[in-house]
Write a protein that binds this ligand. Structure first.
Ligand code: ATP
Ligand code: MG
Length: 329
């Protein structure tokens, strides 16, 4: 089986629909066909300021949402990034493999460094750590949203550069980015990516939101000029985003949904979409809240995941240290 690996940052109490559709839903599919590894990225989380108690809590909440969304610890290895020291060990080596200009060209760095007052060095070196996350496990595919495409490209370059310099060490991974769903947009600003670090929560649907607030946010979503429900991401970004979300969650084709709303108004689409989102998220939310009632069980799952992941990571880092020329003790 090819190996699939990905992570989500522990930077919010609840993941949002973009994380769900762009990432988590793909994870759940890939655990059926791949040797699957998914982790909670708490090392990446501290590239921007985090409250310690909150980070701890959010790490467990994110793990609960992984399982609540359908990841099965029997089939996928679920773990916490900081439990495996090899991530930071390889991260350092890949920082030394990355050019400064190369890191500065990453659009995530440019976005986040202009948005945040304090810019940490970690925000710049983030993609080297992300490359380490992936290369440590010799992952074949990495399911991510469109916004991570550039980091994946860098990861491939770093793997090839290292392999060329030190001999074949890393598998060069392929991104798994679905054209149709890899970018879910903010409901209030359909030109911006739905993001945990959004300015206002009104355009962000959290997967743990209650039904009333989901419905309210969808009903007040910004739509476009005209009245006809058509899929036109350029001309009608708002309506197209609603159609994309509907299609991703209902499993129906965009054409099929557009046909259903022929001759009807945007408001009708919103009512139908709210129902689809509520129905999809209800069981997910219920399972997640149940899991959070038993943090000891979650901790057991993550400890077992760290054992499995750690064994693989240690093998890779030992090989890398040797190739780089670090003396063995
Ligand atoms: P932050 O704003 O803190 O970076 P985020 O919402 O981007 O948070 P991440 O933890 O950085 O969340 O990303 C987790 C995964 O979710 C990544 O694979 C990312 O590509 C994907 N993702 C994030 N936002 C979206 C979106 N709007 N549409 C589709 N996928 C997304
Ligand atoms: Mg992000």
């Amino acid at each position: 089986r090819p190996r699939s690996l990905s992570g989500i940052q522990a930077t919010s109490d609840s993941l949002h629909l973009g994380n769900y559709i762009g990432a988590l839903q793909q994870f759940v599919e890939q655990q059926e066909t791949h040797d699957a590894f998914f982790f909670i990225a708490n090392l990446h989380a501290i590239t921007v300021d985090q409250d310690p108690a909150q980070l701890r809590e959010r790490t467990l909440r994110t793990a609960a949402q992984f399982i609540g969304a359908g990841l099965d610890p029997q089939r996928s290895t679920l773990f916490v990034q900081s439990h495996i020291p090899a991530h930071t060990q390889l991260g350092w080596i890949l920082e030394c493999t990355t050019g400064l200009g190369e890191a500065q060209r990453m659009t995530q760095f440019k976005d986040k460094s202009t948005r945040n007052e304090h810019v940490s060095l970690g925000l710049l070196t983030y993609p080297a750590l992300m490359a380490a996350d992936i290369l440590l496990y010799q992952a074949d595919v990495v399911p991510v949203g469109e916004d991570q495409r550039q980091h994946l490209e860098l990861t491939r370059n770093l793997a090839e550069r290292f392999n060329h310099r030190y001999g074949d060490t890393f598998t060069v991974p392929e991104p798994h980015i679905l054209k149709s769903t890899a970018k879910v947009y903010d409901l209030q600003d359909p030109t911006a990516k739905m993001s945990k670090s959004a300015q206002t929560p009104a355009g962000l649907i959290e997967i743990l939101d209650d039904e009333k607030s989901i419905t309210k946010k969808i009903k007040s979503a910004v739509t476009d000029a005209g009245t006809e429900v058509t899929f036109d991401p350029e001309g009608k970004p708002g309506v197209s985003n609603l159609l994309t979300i509907h299609s991703a969650l209902s499993g129906r084709s965009i054409e099929d949904i557009v046909a259903e709303f022929e001759g009807r108004m945007y408001g009708h689409l919103k009512v139908a979409l709210a129902e689809v989102v509520v129905e999809t998220l209800r069981p997910l939310r219920e399972r997640t809240l149940e899991l959070l009632d038993d943090p000891a069980e979650l901790t057991r799952v993550l400890d077992a995941g760290a054992d499995t992941a750690g064994a693989i990571a240690e093998r890779t880092i030992a090989d890398v240290y040797d190739r780089v020329g670090f003396l063995t003790r």
